[in-house]
Design a protein around this ligand. Structure first.
Ligand SMILES: NC(=O)c1ccc[n+]([C@@H]2O[C@H](COP(=O)([O-])OP(=O)(O)OC[C@H]3O[C@@H](n4cnc5c(N)ncnc54)[C@H](O)[C@@H]3O)[C@@H](O)[C@H]2O)c1
Ligand SMILES: [Zn+2]
Length: 357
């Protein structure tokens, strides 16, 4: 059977690994994973669709597979779920030569990654991201985390996967809304580093049932942006902060609304917010571009007073010593870090945003 060549993106962080993008990747993944015992972690929405074929492929490559299934959703990124998984692994006799394989969206990837990072002080880890967000963002860069009641992603570790297998076929079962939420990070990557990506939202194949080859190319462009940034700055001491474009305000919106606003919606507003701030500082006016994205995503309407957001802006965990680490755009593909945004500027930008929506 003739087989297409997969698209391979290299990440060169503290460890080097490949992101391999193609259709029908199970067999390839089974052969690429060198460990004999695999802890497959997935959620109860993704596993019923893709678990069986993946396990068959792994077993055909003489792997022993233990499958652990968590409930789908952000609630599973918890200390309880984390501990459950570790305890099951001990009870199943998983040793340090085994590997964890995450099959799912960013929730599964972050949780499984932290399990891999900490089980017996760290075992091999592989990712098979299934949501658009996980494919272009969460599965790349080695950030793993769980949430605690005090805040999201407050506990975790940097733990690089040995390979990321992006099976483009998985997108077909993703809901249109989840796809669009993931598109927020995709579009953000376009603003930061590859303006071609910005046109994807107008491409008829940019949807779960789109042409696989075209989708693979679009995902690859975006994954390459994240891969390049985390290769330069794995631990977020500099340029990795560019990935926070739109996220200062997005995190504040999410915290102020008790996470009832989806992350992608909050980011979409954040991108417009940051393009307004950039424009007001005399940089390129990119508001029309980011408004195109809002029109594509159709986020829930935003009726929050600025006073409710402000406390979360000051205490953003990425803000060091109360200085606002804002990411602005001098132009397309020209992000900069700004440390002197004033509360008045923030308030004016929020007023603008509220008038637009
Ligand atoms: N580690 C990082 O660098 C990083 C970056 C961005 C986001 N994140 C984290 O990622 C998480 C969000 O990820 P997400 O949006 O993928 O959420 P998710 O994992 O909850 O997936 C969203 C929903 O889609 C379902 N789903 C996933 N793939 C599917 C498929 N192929 N078919 C049908 N249904 C499918 C899931 O079961 C879930 O219900 C957050 O916890 C966030 O903190 C991490
Ligand atoms: Zn994000």
């Amino acid at each position: 059977m003739a087989r297409r060549e997969p698209i391979v993106i290299k990440v060169e962080a503290s460890s080097r690994y490949n992101i391999t993008i193609d259709s029908n990747l199970n067999q390839y993944a089974a052969q690429a994973i060198s460990e004999k015992t695999i802890v497959l972690i997935s959620d109860n929405q993704v596993f019923p669709i893709y678990g069986k074929n993946l396990i068959e492929a792994l077993e055909a490559s003489a792997k022993r597979v233990f499958s652990y299934i968590i409930p789908a959703g952000e609630k599973s990124k918890s200390a309880e779920q984390y501990l459950n998984l570790l305890r099951q692994m001990v009870n199943d006799g998983i040793d340090r030569d085994s590997a964890v394989l995450a099959l799912g969206g960013g929730v599964v990837g972050d949780l499984a990654g932290f399990v891999a990072a900490s089980y017996m002080r760290g075992i091999s880890f592989y990712q098979m991201p299934s949501s658009l967000l996980a494919m272009v963002d969460a599965s790349i860069g080695g950030k793993t985390a769980i949430n605690i009641p005090e805040g999201k992603n407050l506990v975790g570790a940097f733990w690089q996967p040995k390979e990321v297998f992006i099976d483009i076929d998985f997108l077909a079962s993703l809901s249109q809304k989840e796809f669009k939420l993931g598109a927020a990070e995709h579009f953000k990557h376009g603003l930061i580093a590859n303006k071609d990506i910005l046109n994807d939202i107008k491409d008829p194949d940019f949807k779960p049932s789109g042409n696989k080859k075209r989708l693979a190319k679009m995902v690859a462009k975006s994954a390459a942006v994240k891969a390049a940034i985390v290769s330069i700055d794995e631990k977020e001491q500099g340029k990795r902060a560019f990935l926070n474009l739109g996220h200062n305000i997005a995190h504040a919106i999410e915290a102020a609304t008790n996470h009832t606003v989806p992350h992608g919606d909050a980011v979409a507003y954040g991108l417009l917010f940051d393009s307004f701030l950039s424009y007001k500082r005399g940089y390129k006016d990119l508001r029309a571009k980011t408004i195109e994205f809002l029109e594509y995503l159709e986020p829930i309407s935003m009726d929050i007073e600025f006073d409710r957001l402000e406390p979360y802006l000051a205490s953003d965990k990425k803000t060091k010593a109360k200085i606002q680490h804002f990411i602005l755009l001098e132009d397309l593909e020209k992000p900069i870090i700004v440390n002197d945004i004033s509360p008045t500027e923030l308030k004016t930008a929020w007023q603008y945003l509220k008038e637009i929506r």
